[in-house]
Design a protein around this ligand. Structure first.
Ligand SMILES: Cc1cc2nc3c(=O)[nH]c(=O)nc-3n(C[C@H](O)[C@H](O)[C@H](O)COP(=O)(O)OP(=O)(O)OC[C@H]3O[C@@H](n4cnc5c(N)ncnc54)[C@H](O)[C@@H]3O)c2cc1C
Length: 430
């Protein structure tokens, strides 16, 4: 009987593990099933450009059914596992839950926003982890510009033009940089507004932004952002977000309708309910072959796992480049397991990283060399255009970038799509 391999999560880990198996499995060796709540994989490093409208949301994703050939796909979410019976329970979009029997189970569940107990944060904040959040933020910022341009109330105008991001890691820096770049670019279409009225504030608890990149690159990024008018508050905390006012630990009070919380992530909550070993950060404990500690039939990698870092010691950082390499090794180890051979450890040396800061601006490190400005921006784009799976997506991404060069950012606020039944409901209520 073929091995039954169930892969839960269709992100970097899930997709690249499945692709490795798809390529390596011989006829009849195994049946592979991928489970994901959406029928696409969000290509997360491109989310800042979705937020700025540089990329169409549909172009920054990989359609799972199009790339998973010969692999079953189920649109649903894992709700539990029965380790004795080797069964994973999946909640479908509709109907009763479905039980999937497995011989080998892969958990690539990723991460979600990590909230801190800040009064008002849960009600007022928005994260920046998903395609929906990125697309929403773009519409939200454009919506705030419309509010500011239309109102005659100076307080409302000031509130609408104040954008606060909490968390100065690369996600927060990329998000604020891309969105502010878009806002500056579209401002010429708003003769009622002046760029000096906009306030973009980046709040970071540590004494510098971009804590995971080298200090001189972080300084370059900070200099660029400050020159563009972004107010960086290091060594500062958000203390509360109640009654429309954001209170910072340096005493500043900001009336604002935009609070983006990018101050860290944690594994999906389901991870802690699976009865598997987790570390103090809630990540699954795996060995260097990516097997969950003490289990011969459960594997994990990526943001939901504490993977030993072969390069620096400790555990691997939560990056896409690590998740892809881990998934490739995980796929190879599943092939070896199916064939009764010894599995191999994960080995990887990071080749560099980039932080986008808006059009023609980025900082990065490639093979130990620091790059910035247009060169870093071009290298970053070339890297992602060639890495995103399928030519179909490469062409669409390149197309969006090419169109954006002469025409700049689009100013259309499509926020109304978030209430598609509004007009129909109103008609029905008459
Ligand atoms: C805005 C942003 C920018 C980033 N930029 C970079 C960058 O420039 N460079 C870089 O290297 N890294 C970057 N990262 C980090 C990188 O995207 C992650 O490290 C990577 O996505 C981790 O892969 P993963 O497979 O572990 O998780 P993900 O890619 O998040 O995939 C997890 C999948 O599991 C699914 N899932 C969740 N719960 C369930 C459930 N109960 N059942 C089934 N499926 C479930 C999710 O829907 C998702 O599809 C960025 C991240 C963000 C948010």
């Amino acid at each position: 009987m073929p091995h039954r391999i169930v892969i839960v999560g269709g992100g970097y880990v899930g997709l690249y593990t499945a692709l490795r198996l798809q390529k390596g499995l011989r006829q009849g060796e195994a049946e592979v099933t991928v489970v994901n709540p959406e029928n696409f994989m969000a290509y997360r490093p491109l989310l800042p450009e979705v937020a700025s409208g540089t990329l169409e949301p549909r172009h920054a994703v990989v359609p799972l059914r199009a790339v998973l050939r010969g692999t079953h796909f189920i649109c649903g979410a894992l709700t539990g596992i029965d380790s004795e019976r080797r069964v994973a329970t999946v909640q479908l979009e509709a109907g009763p839950p479905r039980e999937l029997e497995y011989d080998q189970l892969v958990l690539g569940l990723g991460a979600t926003s990590k909230l801190l107990p800040v009064p008002g944060l849960a009600e007022r904040g928005i994260g920046f982890n998903s395609l929906a959040e990125a697309a929403h933020l773009r519409d939200h910022v454009l919506g705030q510009l419309e509010i500011a341009a239309a109102t005659t109330d100076p307080e409302l105008r000031r509130c609408a033009l104040t954008f606060v991001f909490v968390g100065g890691g690369y996600t927060g820096v990329e998000a604020i940089a891309e969105l502010q770049d878009m806002a500056l670019d579209v401002l010429e279409g708003y003769p009622e507004l002046d760029r000096t009225e906009m306030r973009w504030i980046l709040v970071e608890a540590m004494d510098r932004i971009l804590g995971t990149v080298s200090e001189d690159l972080a300084d370059l990024a900070a200099t660029e952002l400050t020159a563009r008018g972004i107010d960086i508050r290091t060594g500062t905390l958000l203390e509360s977000a109640e009654n429309g006012v954001l209170q910072l630990s340096d005493g500043t009070k900001l009336a604002s309708d935009t609070l983006v919380w990018v101050a860290g992530t944690r594994p999906q909550s389901i991870v802690g309910r699976l009865g598997l070993p987790v570390d103090e950060r809630g990540r699954l404990v795996v060995d260097d072959t990516l097997r969950v500690h003490g289990r011969s039939d459960v594997w994990s990698a990526g943001d939901c796992a504490a993977v030993p870092d072969p390069e620096q010691g400790g555990t691997c950082p939560p990056t896409a480049q690590h998740a892809v390499r881990q998934a490739q090794q995980l796929g190879d180890n599943l092939l070896l397991t199916v064939r009764g051979q010894a599995v191999k450890p994960f080995r990887y040396n990071s080749r560099g990283e980039f932080v986008t800061l808006g059009k023609n601006k980025a900082v990065g490190e490639v093979l130990g060399r620091k790059v910035n400005g247009t060169l870093a921006w071009t290298l970053r784009r070339a890297y992602y255009a060639t890495q995103i799976p399928t030519w179909n997506r490469t062409v669409r991404v390149l197309g969006d970038w090419a169109v954006g060069m002469p025409f700049g950012h689009d100013v259309v606020d499509f926020g109304s799509r978030e209430q598609p039944r509004g007009a129909f409901q109103e008609a029905a209520d008459r």
